[in-house]
Design a protein around this ligand. Structure first.
Ligand code: DX5
Ligand code: ZN
Length: 223
């Protein structure tokens, strides 16, 4: 289970809008739609004003799914906690530039632990904050809502940073986008250079999740 190499568009359903009492079934349903990864939103009530799941839940989910676990750590002190998520079975760990003490050291540590690493920037954080660190990552995550909740409105100004980051990174490093992604916003972010699309509400709020995933796929510009 590895982050797919750049060159494909991947949809990463975010469990934040799923039924937390039936997480394993919810993940199995999106797996049957042919996605390769699932986006696990980890919130600590400190870095963001909401609390979700931690390593014990991820460890149990690991036994139920072969999908790439794309873990988005919206937590303070990621340097201290990241390895617990690796032990639990996360395959890709994204932490926030705003929260990390030593981002370079943390990326190196994640690579040594055998997982891929990602850095994330909030809508207000300028590209300059990750310019030197981003090329060390396997994927850069651009927030197009303020982190903490699902079903918020897409922020078009924040999405524009994707184009700038793509220019810096070239084609080999994935750019993931998170917040308000649906069939309307998908063509915008893909045209800026995003190749990994997180979608929570646009998938899990729909009764037919497979149709919802296919609608996002169909909205991707061709070529
Ligand atoms: C928000 C989370 C997102 C969230 C996106 O803080 O990081 O992953 O689930 O939800 P939607 O797709 O509903 O905007
Ligand atoms: Zn997320």
């Amino acid at each position: 289970m590895q982050l797919p190499k750049a060159g494909t568009i991947e949809i990463a359903p975010s469990i934040l809008s799923a039924d937390f009492a039936r997480l394993a079934d919810e993940i199995a349903e999106v797996e049957s739609a042919g996605v390769n990864m699932v986006h696990l939103d980890v919130m600590d009530g400190h870095f963001v004003p909401n609390i979700t799941i931690g390593p014990p839940v991820i460890a149990k989910l690991r036994k139920c799914s072969k999908l790439v676990f794309d873990s988005h750590l919206m937590i303070s002190e990621p340097d201290k906690y990241a390895e617990h998520f690796v032990e639990a079975g996360a395959n890709h760990i994204t932490f926030h530039i705003e929260a990390a003490d030593d981002p370079v050291k943390l990326i190196e540590k994640l690579h040594k632990l055998g997982v891929t690493a990602g850095i994330c920037l909030n809508p207000e954080t300028p590209v300059e904050a990750i310019e030197t660190i981003a090329p060390l990552c396997d994927m850069v995550l651009v927030m197009t809502v303020r982190p903490g909740f699902g079903a918020q409105q897409f922020m078009p100004e924040a999405a524009k940073k994707i184009a700038k980051i793509r220019e810096i990174l070239g084609p080999e490093i994935r750019i993931e986008v998170d917040g308000g992604i649906d069939p309307q916003t998908t063509p915008i972010v893909v045209s800026y250079g995003a190749d990994t699309l997180v979608a929570g509400n646009a998938i899990f709020a729909k009764s037919d999740r497979i149709a919802a995933i296919n609608a996002i796929r169909a909205a991707c510009p061709v070529g």
